[in-house]
Design a protein around this ligand. Structure first.
Ligand SMILES: [Zn+2]
Ligand SMILES: [Zn+2]
Length: 174
């Protein structure tokens, strides 16, 4: 028994580490895309602000409002980008020193550059929503187990399940 258990465990471990790697790369490129999209957004907002200010230059209140709105939005995007950059670092098992901003090991307790003690960063756990469900299977709404879509009632917990809707999602098969 134990022998076969070991083998199947090893196989699933190998598969999951490959999946993790692919996931990581996909995530990283997605995050980087959002970063550059946000940068473009900010550039655009500067341009629009300029136009608004010119158009409303006779009304000081309107101009100030336009500037404040724009600054708020830009601030928001910049914060988002900051978080995205941290996320990318974390994907690569790195983080930024809170003191000198050096890129250091995510598990480092002290910054090797400046010696500052670090807040411990736990590697992010995969969100359960992101787990890949094989074709023809679905997640039971009752117990969360992966079951065949043909079952209306979960064989494990008896919960009634709606078969997943076939979405017109664009599948990226390059
Ligand atoms: Zn440091
Ligand atoms: Zn169930």
């Amino acid at each position: 028994m134990g022998f076969f258990d070991d083998i199947s465990k090893k196989v699933s471990e190998t598969t999951s580490s490959i999946n993790e790697k692919t996931n990581k790369m996909a995530k990283e490129s997605k995050l980087k895309k959002t970063l550059s999209e946000n940068d473009t957004k900010v550039e655009k907002m500067y341009g629009e602000l300029g136009k608004t200010v010119l158009a409303k230059r006779n009304n000081k209140d309107d101009v100030m409002k336009a500037i404040n709105d724009c600054v708020d939005k830009i601030e928001e995007i910049k914060n988002e980008n900051e978080k995205i950059r941290e996320e990318i670092l974390l994907l690569n098992n790195k983080k930024k020193c809170t003191n000198c901003s050096a890129e250091i090991d995510a598990q480092a307790a002290f910054c090797p550059e400046c010696g500052k003690e670090q807040i411990k960063v736990e590697p992010k756990k995969e969100e359960p929503e992101e787990e890949k469900i094989p074709e023809g299977k679905m997640k039971c709404s009752g117990c969360g187990e992966i079951i065949e879509t043909k079952y209306t009632f979960c064989p494990l917990c008896g919960a009634k399940n709606e078969p997943p809707a076939v979405e017109g999602e664009v599948v990226d098969n390059k």
